[in-house]
Design a protein around this ligand. Structure first.
Ligand SMILES: [Cu+2]
Length: 141
């Protein structure tokens, strides 16, 4: 019975480290049996500003992709649903701590066009390295 040793090895590995069985956004993409959490991309226009209602939790940003148009006035309003997180948005030179119970507001004019990445900047547990997102700025015209 060749399956047995492999099974024992897997059991030992999974008993030793929680990380191996931990579900991260990366392996959700590859795992068709797991339901993929879908939350609406909430954006409202307030006084000409596109306000994006963002949530952060272990270990993701919702939405993880924010798409706006070049020249838009944008405000990200970010709330933590659990522990302290951070958001680093290099193209804006922004690095903010997000504490539960507070709203972090990040205002900017959408430029330059392109795909700009952001990520968590505060260690918030084993999955924090997966906390990434993108701000897509579509070129005008
Ligand atoms: Cu985090």
């Amino acid at each position: 019975m060749k399956v047995f040793p492999l099974l024992v090895i897997l059991l030992i590995i999974s008993a030793c480290t929680g990380e191996l069985v931990h579900v991260t956004p990366k392996n959700i993409e590859n795992e068709t049996l797991l339901p993929v959490p879908v939350e609406p991309f909430r954006v409202t226009v307030q006084n000409g500003v596109k306000v994006v209602d963002m949530e952060v939790k272990q270990w993701e940003f919702l939405p993880a992709v924010v798409e706006v148009n070049e020249g838009d006035k944008v405000r990200l309003e970010i709330r933590s649903k659990d522990v302290i997180h951070g958001i680093s948005i290099p193209f804006l030179g922004v690095n903010e701590k997000i504490e539960p119970g507070t709203v972090v507001k990040i205002d900017f004019i959408a430029e330059p066009p392109g795909v700009h990445e952001f990520k968590s900047s505060v260690y918030s547990g084993v999955g924090y390295k997966n906390m990434k997102g993108k701000i897509i700025i579509n070129r005008k015209g």
